[in-house]
Ligand binder design. Structure first.
Ligand SMILES: O=C(CO)[C@H](O)[C@H](O)COP(=O)(O)O
Length: 224
């Protein structure tokens, strides 16, 4: 896996043809799977049976992003599908650290996500309990939105803490990431990039994934 990870979000894919859609993003690092329940977010995608089926049709690691309520009840089931990582929202869990331990015990990497209005400070002290922090750069729910600039201060703050405490935590951003901003967001500290419309609306998806990766790598190399 590359230093800058590019995870296409299948929210922008053709939901009736996941097998052929996955083939078009074969050079991605992970596949980002948006699970939405029309409760935690005002949109509905798919649930556990679809994720189980996705595991069967691709060798790619699945990066599951749970945008659902009652996550303390449901997250373990997603980890049990064999998912590479399961990321849940801090806002939806009664005890994020306990839930992360449960996900890790099943064998998946545990991620914690925060919405644009949620302070990053609330999760920074517990970062060692997670494998990934997802800073949402748009309000979760829909693809194709513009990146919210204010959220980037959280990316810088999280990067400072990860480096200072020498933590092995991936710093993921999701929402409005494209070729115009990925280098700058990488310079600020992100290393794992979810891109939905920027990949799926591209004429040549494989080329776009590599283009995004190259730009992110430049950003990372400018960091120090
Ligand atoms: O989690 C999401 C929305 O809640 C999507 O992953 C995200 O919006 C990606 O889409 P785009 O890159 O088009 O903004």
């Amino acid at each position: 896996m590359s230093r800058a990870r590019i995870n296409p979000s299948i929210l922008s894919a053709d939901f009736a043809n996941f097998e052929s859609e996955f083939a078009t993003i074969a050079n991605s690092d992970l596949i980002h799977v948006d699970v939405m329940d029309n409760n935690f977010v005002p949109n509905l995608t798919f649930g556990l049976p679809m994720v189980q089926r996705m595991q069967q049709i691709t060798p790619k690691p699945l990066d599951i992003h749970l945008m659902i309520a009652n996550v303390d009840k449901w997250a373990a089931g997603y980890a049990e599908t064999g998912a590479f990582s399961v990321t849940f929202h801090a806002e939806a869990s009664d005890n994020p650290v306990q839930l992360a331990r449960k996900i890790r015990a099943i064998g998946a990497r545990a991620g914690v996500a925060i919405k644009p209005g949620t302070n990053v400070e609330g999760v920074l002290d517990d970062l060692s309990e997670f494998d990934q922090l997802l800073v949402m750069t748009v309000e979760p729910g829909f693809g194709g939105q513009a990146l919210i600039e204010d959220t980037l201060t959280k990316v810088s703050a999280a990067r400072r803490r990860i480096d200072q405490d020498k933590l092995d935590v991936w710093l993921q951003v999701d929402g409005g990431i494209d070729e115009t901003n990925i280098q700058r967001v990488a310079e600020l500290g992100a290393d794992t990039f979810v891109a939905g419309s920027a990949v799926f609306k591209s004429q040549d998806r494989a080329k776009q994934i590599q283009n995004l990766r190259d730009l992110a790598e430049i950003g990372i190399s400018h960091r120090h």
